[in-house]
Design a protein around this ligand. Structure first.
Ligand code: HDE
Length: 709
């Protein structure tokens, strides 16, 4: 049924559960009006506190139980509400209403997360990002629980606890927090070659996004789409951000973590508050059933992607996030995603990682949220009212009517009754299975090097440099030479030049051979060892879609621009630049020597957005220095401005200056980069705008090594 008002249907549902204290008296949980919430009940003003004090006990007891266990993985996250709209009916592939009805506006709640860190860990950890979307559809809730990388570290759910135990802080001393650069992780990775593909993505810029709004999302597993005729197509789900895929440098990431540990969370929140709603297109990569065995990799292997050059991604609709949560705990923390939440028209494949996830998520919600009734928490409630014979349990908040809690029944009039498939009931795809029960890994999964090599080959030179730096940093933090050696040998299977550069940075030689780890990784009696190391297959020279150098560079919307000013800055310069930047919807921020206001050379007062002593260059995308003799003389006296500009230069950002602003640049290393295409001195504002839209001038990187910041 067409319904453009669906998003408001979820918002309306949530409103019923939203408490608004405006104009309300403070009461106890029982509704009793409270006269004093500052003092406990005592025997005399200095006397001991009385056990009778139910007001104190209620307040303290509630406080004592505020915390619930954080997620075992993806503990650190940020969420937002929004909606999904379909471009064109996809009836040929799926009967799912959300993909048939272009008139629908399906409400969604999305949560983005890091994986390894605790709930309070900094946002810019080098890590995979979770990309989980709950679609509140008319046929029930569909959760697409993905990541910002198209593949995963392991092929079988059985290995997930091992992977996570290796990357989490080491169990003896709980070090390091939100970091993979330690021995236990590399011990595991170097013994488990199936991890190498996701691992090289984690070494790339994808692991340090500029913004949650500027990263792709992937369902990873191959799923099935089922149409009304009962036909199945394999599908991979892709989210593509309208703003393009952009990242920061590792040096910035490290500094952002100190300057603003909530950088991504704040960025998402502020963009939505500013009405600059984050958007992603959802795309399908469709493989007909008949083509299941056509590729040199197995569609069921979650460590492999289907290159977009082999099977294009067709955009089918768009997600817009347009509302921040009212309450972090009630919504972002309590939201429970389950890959097992699907709707008619979508089904699972036999990917053994996906199959394990179907068990794990419900199980983990039971301990995290404490009850099988977690679907009754408002953020988790489906739009459709559920009716079944499941009963009771902790925190039952519904009042199921009637005598019968079993099926079939006559005493309850046979209700709740069953529905036919034609009436929209779910039925699993009838896949033919004829196999021996066997605990093993499919031989078709045993190719660990082809796709990491394809990924590396597809990167631009600056991206390759970042990968080299990341391996060198991570392995440089490891203490055990035998682990580093094994890693070098593994990396050599991906790319010999990359391995040599990392080995040079580690001051080590690449071992000629290592004991083959495959048996350990797959099973003591495994025969797949015979296939190893398995030379990388080259079925595609490069996949341009994998490189961020081929992303979108057409917008400066939401880019944070620092304008360095003090009293006397040139209004003429500033006005022209501000107009151009705000026309492109960038966020122009005045950085002054102090809080309050600064005066321009026409004596107007301007509100300072951040005093220089509270902010850092790494929090901005670009810097502009307008002229004004007096202003520049003030800025020159404070070394923090020099550092600010040198860091922006080092991080390959666009820098502009007009008139006397150039004198400040002369005090910085920018003076040696005047020919650089993202250094705009006395140019038209549009040149700066174009440089900001390019995100960074990565070509500068080759020459910035000597800049001492
Ligand atoms: Fe998860 N994962 N996972 N995972 N995962 C969880 O569920 C698990 C995997 C992903 O914002 C947990 O609710 C197993 C792949 C996201 O709330 C837990 C396996 C992908 C989130 C769990 C995987 C993901 C989680 C912890 C291997 C990308 C955060 C808390 C079989 C496709 C969702 C929770 C949110 C969360 C288990 C592998 C994505 C323990 C066993 C592959 C985005 O159930």
């Amino acid at each position: 049924m067409a319904n453009k008002g669906q998003q408001s249907k979820k918002t309306e549902q949530l409103k019923k559960y939203t408490d608004d204290p405006q104009g309300q008296p403070l009461t106890t949980r029982q509704g009793l009006k409270v006269n004093d919430t500052n003092n406990s009940l005592k025997a005399g003003p200095r006397g001991s506190t009385l056990l009778e004090d139910f007001l104190l006990r209620e307040k303290i007891t509630s406080f004592d139980h505020e915390r619930i266990p954080e997620r075992i993985v993806h503990a650190r996250g940020s969420g937002a509400h929004g909606y999904f709209e379909l471009y064109e009916g996809q009836e040929a592939y799926t009967k799912a209403g959300i993909f048939n009805d272009t008139a629908r506006k399906t409400p969604v709640f999305a949560r983005f997360s890091t994986v390894a860190g605790s709930k309070g860990s900094p946002d810019l950890a080098r890590d995979v990002r979770g990309f989980a979307v709950k679609f509140y559809t008319e046929e029930g809730t569909w959760d697409l629980v993905g990541n910002n990388m198209p593949i995963f570290f392991i092929q079988d759910a059985m290995k997930f606890p091992d992977l996570i135990h290796s990357v989490k802080p080491e169990p003896n001393n709980e070090i390091p927090q939100a970091a993979s650069a330690h021995d236990t992780f590399y011990d595991f990775v170097s013994l488990t070659p199936e991890t190498l593909h996701n691992h090289i993505w984690a070494m790339s810029d994808r692991a340090i996004p500029r913004s949650l709004r500027m990263m792709e999302g992937f369902g990873i597993h191959t799923y099935r789409l089922i149409n009304a005729q009962g036909e199945s197509h394999f599908v991979k789900f892709h989210w593509k951000p309208i703003l393009g895929v952009h990242s920061v440098t590792w040096d910035e990431a490290v500094k952002i973590n100190g300057a603003d540990a909530d950088f991504h969370r704040r960025d998402l929140w502020e963009a939505i508050e500013a009405g600059q709603y984050p958007e992603w297109e959802l795309g399908f990569q469709i493989v007909p059933e008949a083509d299941e065995h056509k590729y040199e990799f197995d569609l069921l292997d979650p460590t492999k992607l289907i290159p977009e050059e082999m099977v294009p991604v067709t955009p089918v609709g768009k997600m817009t996030l347009n509302r921040n949560p009212e309450n972090f705990f009630a919504e972002t923390e309590q939201v429970a995603f389950l890959p097992g939440n699907i709707i008619p028209g979508i089904d699972f494949s036999n990917d053994p990682l996906l199959q394990g996830r179907l068990f794990s998520y419900r199980d983990t919600q039971l301990s995290r949220l404490g009850s099988p009734n977690f679907h009754q928490i408002p953020i988790n409630q489906p739009l459709v009212d559920p009716h079944n014979n499941q009963r009771d349990g902790h925190m039952q908040t519904r009042i199921p009517k009637g005598r019968t809690a079993y099926f079939p029944n006559t005493l309850g009039g046979g209700c709740p009754h069953l529905s036919k498939i034609a009436e929209g009931a779910f039925s699993s795809y009838e896949e033919r299975i004829d196999a021996k029960k066997i605990r093993t890994r499919s031989e078709s999964f045993v190719d660990f090097f082809s796709q990491p090599a394809l990924f590396y080959r597809s990167l631009a030179p600056w991206e390759k440099q970042h990968v080299t730096d990341a391996y060198s940093f991570e392995l440089g933090k490891c203490k055990q030479d035998h682990i580093k050696g094994r890693m070098l040998w593994m990396i050599e299977q991906i790319d010999a030049d990359l391995a040599q550069k990392v080995a040079d940075n580690l001051g080590m030689d690449i071992p000629k051979s290592i004991e083959k780890p495959i048996n350990q990784a797959i099973g003591a009696d495994s025969t797949v060892d015979d296939f190893q190391p398995g030379k990388a297959k080259n079925y595609l020279d490069t996949s341009p879609a994998l490189s961020q150098s081929n992303t979108k560079f057409d917008s400066i919307a939401t880019r944070q621009i620092a304008v360095l000013v003090a009293d006397g800055f040139s209004m003429h310069d500033f006005k022209a630049m501000k107009k151009a930047l705000e026309h492109g919807k960038a966020m122009v921020k005045l950085i002054g020597p102090h809080g309050g206001t600064v005066k321009c050379d026409t004596d107007m007062e301007h509100q300072v957005d951040a005093p220089i002593h509270t902010t850092e260059s790494v929090l901005f995308d670009a810097v502009y220095v307008p002229g004004g003799k007096k202003s520049i003389a003030t800025l020159m006296k404070n070394g923090k401005y020099i550092k600010f500009l040198n860091e922006a230069l080092k991080h390959c950002k666009a820098i502009a200056a007009d008139n006397e602003g150039e004198d400040l640049l002369e005090k910085t290393y920018v003076r040696d980069f005047k020919e650089d295409k993202a250094i705009c001195i006395n140019t038209a504002p549009d040149e700066f705008v174009n440089a900001v839209a390019r995100h960074r001038n990565w070509e500068r990187m080759e020459k910035t090594g000597a800049i001492p910041v």
